[in-house]
Design a binder for this molecule. Sequence first.
Ligand SMILES: C[S@@+](CC[C@H](N)C(=O)[O-])C[C@H]1O[C@@H](n2cnc3c(N)ncnc32)[C@H](O)[C@@H]1O
Length: 262
Amino acid sequence: MIGVFDRAAETYDQVGVTFFGTVARSLVDRTAPRHGERVLDLGCGRGASALLAARAVGPSGCVHATDLAPRMVAGLHSRSGDLPWLSAEVGDAEHPPVGPWDVIQASLVLFFLPDLASAVDRYRVALAPRGRLGLTWFGAADESWAPVYAALVGGLPEEDRPPRNVTTSGPFESPASLERLLGAHGYGDVVTTEVRVEVVFEDVEQWWAWTWSQGQRVLLEAHERHGTLHTLRESVDPLLEERSERDQLRWWTDVRCTIARP
Ligand SMILES: C[S@@+](CC[C@H](N)C(=O)[O-])C[C@H]1O[C@@H](n2cnc3c(N)ncnc32)[C@H](O)[C@@H]1O
């Protein structure tokens, strides 16, 4: 997945679709970094939430952002020249740099970690006593897109079909399951809120550009490897055109934001 995000970085969050910024805003509103605080932003991507946090803490604070995809980190560097108190480097969200941090935040990242429980133990150690951990993750999504998704995975061998939604089992099955895990690992005051985020696509080409620009790129790259990208377009384009005629070139997902204190 890191390779996929690294190759996506060139267009990630830059195809004219408002999504990651909206999600990041809901996270940073809730982690609420204050002037002078120290923030660690994990899986920073091109900085949707790190940049908001850097503006909130100001020059007397600091934000350190990490991501395993070097081109995401380079993208953030290119956007943060006016914020010298924001640093960014390649790093694994599983292993936070030594704190203490007032805020550790991760927007749409932690469901990628193979061992969330060990990671949240390390975050607890790295957090200041009055610090907070904040993360965003996916809830329900617009099921009307199921035929398009079926076409995207159709024709791919089983090993190239990622789970439909990485957040349907384990700690991310529900707010209660995540809250249980955090409670069992030394966190309190755990609160989850949910917002529905809608994405409206201008046209079919923008939908394709968006799909190449984020995690679902994994499916398009698999078709590329198997030489089936052209066939894929032939099956998906009519579905998109039909949605477009019904003014349904729009998709929504619920995004959950969980805040916890050590
Ligand atoms: C959906 S993007 C979110 C990026 C950013 N937080 C945002 O909101 O735009 C997921 C990011 O997590 C990064 N990522 C995935 N697993 C990671 C890990 N173990 N350590 C660091 N970054 C990771 C990917 O490279 C990618 O940039």
